[in-house]
Design a protein around this ligand. Structure first.
Ligand SMILES: Nc1ncnc2c1ncn2[C@@H]1O[C@H](COP(=O)(O)OP(=O)(O)OP(=O)(O)O)[C@@H](O)[C@H]1O
Ligand SMILES: [Mg+2]
Length: 491
């Protein structure tokens, strides 16, 4: 209550910060009549002038007002879009290394160009981070027109590029790409031996679009590069042939509850002899240091034979051992047990033993993005994560007012007691929209939930169309056309 009152009199910290940019907004606006008169070439020449001024001691902050005015003029001439005043403020927040929170549709893509251009003048490369390849391509092509007009180069990093193409894209003044591509390029560079083979240069300045999803939701996702170890399938297969020779209780003991299995003295001796005869034992004893890895794999083979049951813990399909998730009972295609256990199961089931992988390099997004000298971001909603963004990255969230009052109705969440009540309400909402001939996009949190909902809809007379097939959309469009003909009296 007191907080709300105080805000009324003094303005919130956010309001004060936003107001603080006003004088520079006015200064940028004041330059417009002058810049309008310049020819395209004269406008472009300002880039070289700015770089000169930087070389002779001016700072990026000194150049903010004239540089922003230049970008705005270039955007007018290339895209026919003039940055709104609130967009200039967003650009300043980005330049200061914080987060500009601007409602969806407020034009964050265009906002970024201001800070991108200004910081690119330093010549150290500016990275714009998008959530997917499509946006990287779209935004670099779209905003690239402004940069090209002003004499700067733009590169884009997407999936499938080779090293030479990546290097060329990073050498550009401005680079667009996804967090995954930036992260993996960094890891791959770290595994190279020669500087000239590396594709990235500095980590000078990054602007992260949809910053909450990249820096919070995916923060701890590790990026991992792994590589195969030497092929040792013979070794696994040899050890596997010994397993049926071991006798429970005499040679090993199983603790079902703890899910562990241990060799007895007798079992150890038996294996030592078998291994020696097979030429797999180095030195005299199984427990000599040279044989540490042999012991490890013997234990894994033993576990594979005694603790893991086919069709319960895993299934064998198409020459592969596929793990079954113990909680959901689903097949976990592509997942492998680590530390040689999967290979031991493959040897046990007489399928092809695949090479082991080892982690060669890994980093989390959090640690990758903290390497940038300056980091900033944009999003439609970050205030709920503001504390976390500040704690982890020292990023402050600044809420930028909209250009025009918001006309959209932002409704509150609806909460239901049970799943069935919720599905019934979803169905009712879809029916209402259907009567208005309004298409509905229904999103859920998981594939399973989507499937449940799809089943529910089918039960209530809806048809399912497979959009994986090429003609999927045709049926949908045909249905929509038919419906609109039926309902349009003048057609
Ligand atoms: N100053 C401007 N003048 C005219 N049109 C603009 C301006 N700024 C942005 N737009 C247009 O507004 C639309 C929305 O822009 P954009 O996609 O960048 O919004 P956004 O803030 O990134 O939204 P989202 O949160 O959904 O990603 C685009 O079509 C863009 O061209
Ligand atoms: Mg956007």
């Amino acid at each position: 209550m007191i907080g709300a009152l105080a805000r009324k009199f003094f303005g919130s910290a956010n309001d004060r910060r936003v107001k603080g940019y006003q004088s520079r907004v006015s200064a940028i606006n004041a330059l417009e009549p002058e810049l309008v008169k310049l020819s395209d070439d004269e406008l472009k020449a300002r880039t070289a002038e700015f770089k000169q001024q930087l070389a002779s001691g001016k700072t990026l902050d000194d150049l903010l007002v004239p540089a922003f005015a230049t970008v705005r003029e270039a955007a007018k001439r290339t895209l026919g879009q003039r940055h709104f005043d609130v967009q200039l403020i967003g650009g300043m927040v980005l330049h200061e290394g914080d987060i500009a929170e601007m409602k969806t549709g407020e034009g964050k893509t265009l906002v970024a160009t201001l800070a991108v251009y200004l910081n690119a003048l330093a010549g150290k490369g500016v990275h714009v981070v998008t959530v997917n390849d499509y946006l990287a391509r779209r935004d670099s092509g779209w905003m690239g027109q402004i940069y090209a007009f002003l004499g700067l180069t733009t590169g884009v990093i997407v999936h499938g590029l080779d090293d030479a193409e990546r290097k060329a894209a990073y050498a550009c003044d401005i680079t667009y790409g996804t967090n995954n591509e930036y992260g993996f390029d960094y890891l791959r560079d770290n595994m190279k031996y020669r500087l000239e083979d590396m594709v990235q240069r500095e980590h000078f300045y990054a602007i992260v679009d949809e910053v909450d999803s990249i820096l919070i939701d995916e923060a701890r996702t590790p990026l991992i590069i792994s590589g195969p170890l030497d092929d040792r399938s013979d070794f696994y297969n040899t050890i596997d042939t010994f397993m049926p020779m071991l006798v429970k209780k005499d040679d090993y003991e199983v603790d079902e509850k703890q899910r562990t299995v241990t060799l007895t003295e007798g079992g150890m001796e038996k294996l030592e002899n078998l291994l020696r005869d097979a030429g797999q034992l180095k030195g005299d004893s199984l427990y000599d240091v040279e044989n540490v890895s042999v012991v490890h794999h013997v234990n894994q083979a033993l576990r594979a034979h005694t603790l893991f049951t086919r069709d319960k813990d895993y299934i064998v399909r198409d020459d592969e051992v596929v793990i079954i998730d113990e909680f959901t009972g689903r097949m976990m295609q592509g997942r492998r047990y680590s530390e040689g256990l999967h290979q031991a199961l493959e040897a046990k089931e007489h399928v092809t033993v695949q090479p082991e992988n080892q982690t060669l390099a890994s980093i989390t997004f959090q640690n990758y993005f903290r390497m940038y000298q300056k980091l900033s971001g944009m999003t439609g909603t970050a205030l709920t994560e503001a504390d976390e963004l500040f704690d982890i990255y020292k990023l402050e969230v600044v809420e930028i007012p909209t250009n025009l009052p918001v006309a959209r109705l932002d409704e509150d969440d609806e909460v239901y007691r049970t799943q069935n009540e919720k599905y019934a309400a979803i169905l009712a909402e879809i029916e209402r929209a259907n009567k208005r001939l309004q298409p509905v996009l229904v999103g859920t949190a998981s594939i399973e939930k989507s499937e449940v909902l799809a089943e529910y809809l089918k039960k209530h007379g809806y048809k399912q169309i497979d959009f994986g097939s090429e003609s999927g959309m045709d049926k949908l469009y045909a249905a929509a056309r038919a419906a609109s003909r039926q309902n349009c009296s003048r057609c």
